[in-house]
Design a protein around this ligand. Structure first.
Ligand code: SAH
Ligand code: SF4
Length: 407
């Protein structure tokens, strides 16, 4: 934090948010957490199962915002729920819509403790929506910031770091569905780019590729996958939920066994010396161990392939020899390869490889039998870089505070 930031924080007005929240939200809770919330307001044990099922249906299937909309819940119960709880969602602080339909939201979570309540900046995360003809993908965050410091990633440079709760992870989908008009009775925004049709929802896929390392927040991510994939609520297929990791080897097996989500690995280099530099976690869990964990991933098959992400960095990891080595390394693992053009950010020590180089690399990978390897940059006009919306917003706020002080 700079001195100016610190001064601005000290002179920040008293927090408006109250902690503990007087009426905690039920949106995003698991079934056991909902049962607990009902017990806390003296719901008789024999009613709990039925009440959880009712709440589940209204919160996750219908996306209601008021207890009064829960038609099959008695009026007395609705009043009691409303006295103690709310159906509040996290707040969308910024929304940017790209000309290609990509949307990026900066979402602020309600404070979880006094410290957060007193900070002028609460826990804020990014969430990106990418529509395609036959699917809509929501990229969610699992942590605020990240404790790992991959040298090409902007998230690693952010100061506030904490795990998101299950509730906060799930709430990102609720916010997105609401914004996209994807709950019964809502209308989608009118730009024709959101996929809707027979059996297609605006959000059909989730990728944990926003801020944070999901496997450093294992339990919350696992429980969120459970809520997101529950057939009586949000109903996403587990095959369409992908968890991306920088390579936390000891948790990979558990992810397959306990969450059953699809796996993506941020590989980015084919030699340990280079990967040590790009993804420092590699010093702890080198490539050989990482690939062994992939071979052993529960449920992996040609129908359920592991995605290997490879960010294209000019002159660093993008030679034809490295493409050939990549193919050799992945032999025997049911794999998809995703070449990601590097997204530059101010002060980044890398540049994106040229299109010619990416094409050459991609041809080698393609000729080895891997389909559609380059991830088309989406929403370039609004995204500039991963983590950038949050930093831009922080910069603007700091400027506004400074301007207010000078007045
Ligand atoms: N922490 C997890 C998931 C979040 S990052 C992980 O590292 O896998 C999601 C993906 O975005 C990762 O593959 C990451 O390497 C990639 N990424 C991060 N910064 C990037 C940038 N500036 N340009 C392109 N890809 C980036
Ligand atoms: Fe964290 Fe992933 Fe960024 Fe690495 S790439 S710093 S693990 S968010």
């Amino acid at each position: 934090m700079t001195l100016a930031d610190e001064a601005a924080q000290q002179s920040a007005p008293a927090p408006i948010a109250v902690f503990p929240a007087s009426r905690p939200s039920l949106v995003g809770l698991t079934r056991p957490a909902l049962a607990e919330a009902l017990r806390a307001i003296d719901t008789p044990d024999r009613e709990i199962r039925m009440r959880v099922a009712q709440l589940w249906h209204w919160i996750y299937f219908h996306g209601v915002r008021e207890f009064d909309a829960m038609l099959n819940v008695s009026k007395v119960m609705r009043q009691k729920l409303a006295e103690h709880y709310s159906l509040t969602r996290p707040e969308v602080m910024e929304e940017q819509v790209s000309t290609d339909g990509t949307r990026k939201w900066l979402i602020r979570m309600p404070p979880v403790d006094r410290l957060e309540a007193s900070r002028s900046l609460g826990a804020e995360v990014e969430c990106v929506y990418i529509p395609e003809a036959d699917r809509g993908t929501l990229c969610v965050s699992s942590q605020v910031g990240c404790t790992l410091n991959c040298t090409f990633c902007h998230t690693g440079t952010q100061r506030l770091v904490r795990n998101l709760s299950t509730q906060e992870i799930v709430a990102q989908l609720i916010v997105a569905r609401e914004r996209l008009g994807d709950f019964p009775g809502l209308t989608p925004p009118d730009n024709g780019l959101i996929p809707f049709g027979e059996g297609v929802r605006a959000v059909s896929n989730i990728v944990f590729m926003g801020m944070g390392e999901p496997l450093y927040n294992f339990e919350n991510v696992r429980d969120a996958v459970d809520v997101l994939s529950d057939g009586e609520g949000l109903s996403l297929s587990k095959r369409r939920i992908t968890v991306s990791t920088s390579g936390v080897v000891p948790e990979i097996e558990r992810l397959g066994a306990e969450a059953g989500a699809a796996l993506a690995i941020s590989l980015h280099a084919v030699r340990d010396d280079l990967r040590d530099r790009l993804v420092p976690l590699n010093k702890k869990y080198p490539i050989k161990d990482l690939l062994q964990a992939c071979r052993d991933y529960p449920g992996v098959s040609n129908a359920r392939r592991i995605t290997f992400e490879y960010v294209m960095l000019k002159g660093v990891n993008d030679s034809p020899a490295e493409a050939r080595e990549l193919v050799r390394l992945l032999k025997g693992i049911p794999a998809k390869i995703n070449l990601i053009p590097f997204n530059p950010w101010p002060g980044a020590p890398y540049e994106c490889s040229s299109w010619e180089t990416i094409e050459k690399f991609s041809d080698i990978v393609f000729n080895a039998g891997y389909a559609s390897p380059v991830r088309t940059p989406r929403g370039r006009d609004i995204l500039a870089a991963c983590g950038q919306l949050k930093s831009e917003t922080e910069k603007l706020r700091a400027r506004a505070r400074l301007a207010a002080e000078l007045e």
